[in-house]
Design a protein around this ligand. Structure first.
Ligand SMILES: N[C@H](CCC[C@H](N)C(=O)O)C(=O)O
Length: 257
């Protein structure tokens, strides 16, 4: 089948975006989606995102991991989709859309997209790690010498041996200052380290505050793909008004034959 696609990246987390408002894309074709995301036989991406109409909101987001399966919320993908909706003329600089984890508000200014994430009230603080869901499930563990760390091997071990079939995303974090943290992420469904992970850095920011490793509510996350900012308000035990802020870039447009 033939269709137009747009390749996007948000701090190096990259996606194939398709305007599916006509509902012509074969969503159940796992093999096609994994081929489109394949870096040798396809376009190459960490995931694929469909923009669809919504009866009440600006649009609907449907997200697939590179393995071809529909998955949980993608923060960087959501940011890229807001940029795409502006490019298509669907929105100006504000958006309200539905994703798998509910309704999100977003704003766009000079190529930077601020995406409101769900509030977080359940944080599992263990001795050696923190587990929380920011739209996707995330394991957060502090480590030293992050640049030397074998993220793929250690991430896969935790993702498969500890979390089993369902899995989780594994975030390794190294404090740089009270409000700056370096993060590298092994992503479920990509089954590799990605250059950044939006719901992942959101989980890291909240986990660091919850552990008392930062007093700030405006956190800078340095990832191999670039810099993201996460802001939040802690009201009682709940993290509210959580925002993921960073760039979204259209890399190229293409036709799939
Ligand atoms: N791979 C994740 C979904 C995408 C998360 C990531 N790309 C983001 O920016 O949040 C999962 O299956 O839980």
């Amino acid at each position: 089948m033939q269709f137009t696609f747009y390749k996007y990246q948000g701090t190096g987390n990259d996606f194939v975006l398709i305007d599916n408002r006509q509902l012509l894309f074969p969503k159940n074709d796992t093999k096609l989606i994994s081929t489109l995301c394949d870096r040798k036989f396809g376009i190459g991406a960490d995931g694929l995102i469909l923009l669809e109409n919504h009866p009440d909101l600006d649009f609907k987001m449907v997200y697939f991991n590179a393995d071809g399966n529909q998955s949980s919320m993608c923060g960087n993908g959501g940011r890229c989709l807001v940029h795409f909706a502006n490019f298509l003329g669907i929105i100006q600089n504000k958006a309200t859309f539905e994703a798998i984890d509910g309704v999100h508000e977003a704003s766009l200014k000079e190529g930077m997209v601020s995406l409101k994430m769900n509030s977080v009230s359940e944080i599992q603080q263990k001795k050696d790690f923190t587990f929380l869901d920011t739209g996707s499930p995330h394991h957060v563990v502090v480590c030293q010498n992050l640049s030397e760390f074998d993220v793929h091997q250690e991430g896969a071990k935790l993702r498969y041996d500890f979390y089993g079939r369902e899995g989780a995303n594994i975030n390794f974090v190294e404090p740089k200052s009270d409000s700056i943290f370096s993060v590298r992420t092994y992503e479920r469904g990509v089954e590799a380290e990605t250059l950044s992970c939006g719901t992942g850095v959101t989980a890291v920011a909240i986990a660091m505050h919850s552990k008392g490793m930062t007093q700030s509510n405006k956190i800078t996350l340095q990832t191999p793909g670039g810099e993201l900012t996460v802001t939040f308000e802690k009201v009682g035990t709940v993290y509210k008004n959580v925002c993921l802020i960073g760039p979204a870039v259209m890399v190229f447009k293409g036709e799939w034959k």
